[in-house]
Design a protein around this ligand. Structure first.
Ligand SMILES: Nc1ncnc2c1ncn2[C@@H]1O[C@H](COP(=O)(O)OP(=O)(O)OP(=O)(O)O)[C@@H](O)[C@H]1O
Ligand SMILES: [Mg+2]
Length: 150
């Protein structure tokens, strides 16, 4: 499923829709080249779930946590990680039952086969977002439905 994102407002709208449709405690991998908008999508997801603080890429610390009334958002940037398997030994899976969402920039679907991948790709007119379900079944068909009235 691919959606065009012509502006930051489109990314915000995508985040709002994801916040409404993604089940709790899910692992979401944000992929795509540098500057594609991965951190921006995390920012809007946190905003959509009611977090009002600062969202920045976890560079020096590996993990940022954003508490929301729906549960914790866990934000990881795996860009500098030589071996993402390490995230398992660091306790990534312990977060999943508790967290609202665990978001991993540069997350590798081969290392995390039970995840939703959101691939962002720059295009001539902005960006595209492609949703791919790995392993676990995500309600992508629900996501693709037209807005219902009300
Ligand atoms: N949909 C969009 N429309 C216009 N600009 C955007 C959009 N999404 C992101 N940007 C802009 O692109 C720039 C890079 O975004 P961002 O930092 O989110 O990318 P990233 O994929 O996290 O990069 P990195 O790989 O370095 O972590 C920012 O200035 C951001 O405002
Ligand atoms: Mg980033």
């Amino acid at each position: 499923m691919t959606t065009p994102l012509y502006s930051l407002e489109d990314t915000r709208a995508l985040a709002q829709k994801l916040a409404q449709t993604l089940p709790e405690g899910r692992l979401v991998l944000l992929t795509g080249p540098m500057g594609a908008g991965k951190t921006t999508l995390v920012k809007f997801l946190a905003e959509a779930l009611g977090f009002r603080g600062e969202v920045t890429s976890p560079t020096y610390t590996l993990i940022h946590e954003y508490p929301t009334e729906h549960g914790l958002i866990v934000h990881i940037d795996a860009y500098r990680m030589a071996d993402q398997e390490e995230l398992y030994s660091l306790g990534l899976e312990d977060y999943l039952p508790e967290a609202r969402l665990v978001l991993v920039e540069w997350g590798n679907p081969r290392v995390f086969p039970d995840s939703l991948e959101i691939h962002l790709e720059p295009t001539q007119t902005g960006r595209t977002a492609t949703l791919r379900s790995h392993g676990a079944i995500f309600p992508l068909e629900r996501f693709a439905e037209k807005e219902s009235p009300g």
